[in-house]
Design a protein around this ligand. Structure first.
Ligand code: ZN
Length: 294
C-alpha cells in the first residue's frame, strides 16, 4: 500500500515538473514558429501534452481519492475524462502540423544553436526519469518513467537533426515524433474510454489477486477488475455455505478486503457473498482451480 506521505511527495514532483515545462514549451513554440522549424513545433506540442499530463497527475494524486457525500466512491474517473479531453486536443494539433508540413514548400534555415533548446529538454527528461525511478512502486510513475526515457532519446535525435539540417531527415524525424506522440495518445484514449464505460480488464493483477486469495483459503468464485483512471475497482465473489453464521461471513469478507487492499492503486473493493450448497461450492471452486492454477 502506498502511504499518503509518498503520494504527496510524488504529486509535488509532478507539479514542479509541469511548471518547468512551461518555459520549454514557450521557447520551442516561439522559435519554431519564427523559423518555421517543424521539429521544434512538433516537440513543443509534445511538451504541451507532457505539461498537461504532469499537471493531471498532480491533481490525480492529491484530489482523486477525496470522497464526499455526492461522490462516495471518490472522483477516480475524473482523470479519464481529463485525459480524453486533452488527448482529442493533441490529435487536433498533430493533424494540423502534418497538414501544414505538406502545405508550405518554403523552408527557412534555422541556426544550429537552437538545438540547445532540445538538448536542455532532453537533460530535463533524463533527470525526471531518474527522480521517477525512486517512486516506481506507483503505477502512474512507472508508466511515466518509460515515457520520460523515450522523450530523452527523441529529443537528442531531434537536436542532432537540427544541427545536420537535412530536409528529408527533418521531415522523417518530425513525423516520427508525431507518430510516437499519437501512439501514446491513442492508448490513453482507449484506456480512458474503457475506464469511463467500466470495462472488465484481464490484467496480470487479476490473476495475482485470485491466486493470493486462493492461497489464503478464501473460497473465491470470480473476480472482476475495473479501471478507474489510474486506479482499480475490485469486485470479488466469495462462495459461502448456506448455513454459515453472519459473524463468520463478515470475518471472511473483511479478510478478503484486507488482502485486496494491500495491492497498489486499489480505489475500492466490493466483496459479494454468494450462498451455495456444499456440492455446488465444491464444483465451482474446482472450476476456478482449473482455470487459475499454474
Ligand atoms: Zn513526453
Amino acid at each position: 500500500m502506498i502511504s499518503v506521505k509518498v503520494l504527496r511527495r510524488v504529486s509535488t514532483i509532478f507539479l514542479f515538473s509541469s511548471i518547468f515545462l512551461i518555459p520549454i514549451f514557450l521557447l520551442e513554440f516561439i522559435v519554431g514558429i519564427l523559423f518555421k522549424s517543424y521539429i521544434l513545433i512538433a516537440d513543443s506540442y509534445h511538451t504541451l501534452i507532457d505539461f498537461l499530463i504532469s499537471l493531471l497527475f498532480y491533481f490525480t494524486l492529491v484530489k482523486i481519492n477525496t470522497r464526499s457525500r455526492r461522490f462516495p466512491w471518490g472522483l477516480y474517473n475524473l482523470e479519464s475524462l481529463v485525459i480524453l479531453a486533452t488527448s482529442i486536443f493533441i490529435v487536433y494539433l498533430s493533424v494540423n502540423l502534418i497538414l501544414s508540413m505538406f502545405d508550405s514548400s518554403t523552408t527557412f534555415s534555422i541556426s544550429p544553436w537552437y538545438s540547445i533548446i532540445l538538448f536542455v529538454s532532453s537533460i530535463y527528461s533524463l533527470t525526471l526519469y531518474f527522480i521517477q525511478r525512486r517512486y516506481a512502486e506507483i503505477q502512474i510513475v512507472k508508466n511515466d518513467m518509460v515515457h520520460s526515457f523515450l522523450d530523452t532519446i527523441a529529443e537528442v535525435v531531434s537536436g542532432i537533426t537540427l544541427i545536420v539540417q537535412n530536409t528529408v531527415l527533418i521531415d522523417v524525424v518530425t513525423l516520427s515524433i508525431i507518430t510516437f506522440t499519437l501512439s501514446d495518445v491513442f492508448r490513453e484514449i482507449k484506456d480512458s474510454v474503457l475506464s469511463i464505460l467500466g470495462a472488465s480488464i484481464d490484467s496480470p493483477m487479476k490473476f495475482q489477486l485470485i491466486n493470493e486469495l486462493r492461497s489464503k483459503n478464501i473460497p473465491i468464485l470470480n473476480l472482476y477488475l475495473k479501471r478507474c483512471g489510474s486506479f482499480y475497482a475490485v469486485y470479488a465473489y466469495i462462495g459461502l455455505s448456506k448455513d454459515i453464521s453472519l459473524e463468520k461471513a463478515y470475518k471472511i469478507k473483511r479478510k478478503t478486503k484486507r488482502i485486496i487492499k494491500k495491492y497498489d492503486n486499489i480505489a475500492c473493493v466490493d466483496v459479494i457473498l454468494v450462498p451455495l450448497t456444499e456440492i455446488k461450492k465444491k464444483k465451482i471452486l474446482e472450476q476456478v482451480n482449473a482455470l487459475y492454477s499454474g
